[in-house]
Design a protein around this ligand. Structure first.
Ligand SMILES: C[S@@+](CC[C@H](N)C(=O)[O-])C[C@H]1O[C@@H](n2cnc3c(N)ncnc32)[C@H](O)[C@@H]1O
Length: 272
């Protein structure tokens, strides 16, 4: 059993995707990600999961994005089996269970308080999976994680899910720039994004609102991502959660785009 009381605001939001991966398939069985650890981790934390599970919209978003990033990650590591994966703002996720090529390495990074918790629940196993404390809202995270060393074996696959919307816009642009300037060719950065209309609206979100975290960054248009640095290119077409709702979802998105500027929730993969 591990105590969770010390985590504040955005750090405590790590519980939301954990609950989705553990139990979200009760609501959306076709999106079941079969996470081997999530339910066990929650039982160690002895935390109330029912209120988070009631946020059906967010449960769907997390399960859908897990499917997207698994597909994108598997495609990348099939092509670069020796490359390293880096999960920025990893929380208590264990995506290496799905993206272990047998030869690649994996680095899970989060703020030091979360890292303390992670070390208790998901300690490094030696070998190919490691944990690191980092603040990605500060310049220099690339060097602090010694990513040049990890990039010696090829391009990197970076993931930043459920994190960027909590950072100030200038810090998101700085993170994209640091990735673009430092990553070796063919490296990929995968992340999710909300539309800018969600900024400041966390109180309306049943799972995020009570945590005290706030949405600070959202897309005004998908093109703004490439404007962060000339080395950035789309790795593939962005995906919108509208695809989960079929024709109704696409129609609703087409009607809302003039106002929202970008899908309400989407997944992106940029490469250098
Ligand atoms: C919603 S949780 C997502 C956790 C994980 N990516 C997942 O999907 O399970 C947000 C995570 O971002 C981390 N985070 C927020 N700001 C951060 C920062 N400046 N540097 C590193 N991690 C940060 C939090 O500690 C938390 O673990």
């Amino acid at each position: 059993m591990v105590r969770l009381t010390q985590l504040q605001a955005v750090r405590s939001t790590l519980l939301i995707p954990l609950v989705a991966r553990a139990f979200g398939a009760r609501c959306y069985p076709w999106l079941d990600c079969h996470d081997a650890d999530a339910a066990h981790l929650l039982s160690c934390l002895q935390t109330e999961v029912a209120p988070l599970l009631q946020d059906r919209l967010v449960m769907l978003n997390v399960l859908w994005r897990t499917g997207v990033l698994k597909a994108w990650g598997r495609e990348f590591f099939a092509r670069y089996p020796h490359a390293t994966g880096v999960n920025l703002g990893c929380g208590l996720s264990n995506h290496f269970q799905w993206l272990d090529s047998g030869r690649n390495r994996w680095l899970d990074a989060d703020l030091p308080e979360v890292l303390d918790l992670r070390e208790q629940l998901l300690p490094e196993q030696g070998g190919r999976r490691h944990n690191a404390g980092i603040d990605i809202a500060r310049d220099g995270w690339w060097d602090a994680l010694a990513l040049d060393r990890l990039a010696a074996s090829g391009p990197l696959w970076l993931l930043c899910e459920g994190v960027l919307m909590y950072l100030p816009p200038e810090r998101v642009r700085a993170l994209l720039r640091e990735f673009a300037e430092r990553a070796p060719p063919d490296s990929v950065l995968v992340f999710d994004a909300i539309s800018h209309v969600g900024i400041g609206q966390a109180r309306h979100c049943h799972s995020v609102g009570p945590s005290g975290a706030e949405f600070c960054w959202g897309l005004r248009s998908p093109q703004e991502l490439l404007q962060a640095h000339p080395r950035l290119r789309p790795r593939c077409a962005a995906r919108s959660v509208a695809e989960c709702y079929g024709v109704f979802g696409w129609a609703a998105e087409a009607m809302s785009l003039p106002w929202s500027g970008a899908p309400l929730y989407s997944m992106h993969a940029l490469r250098v």
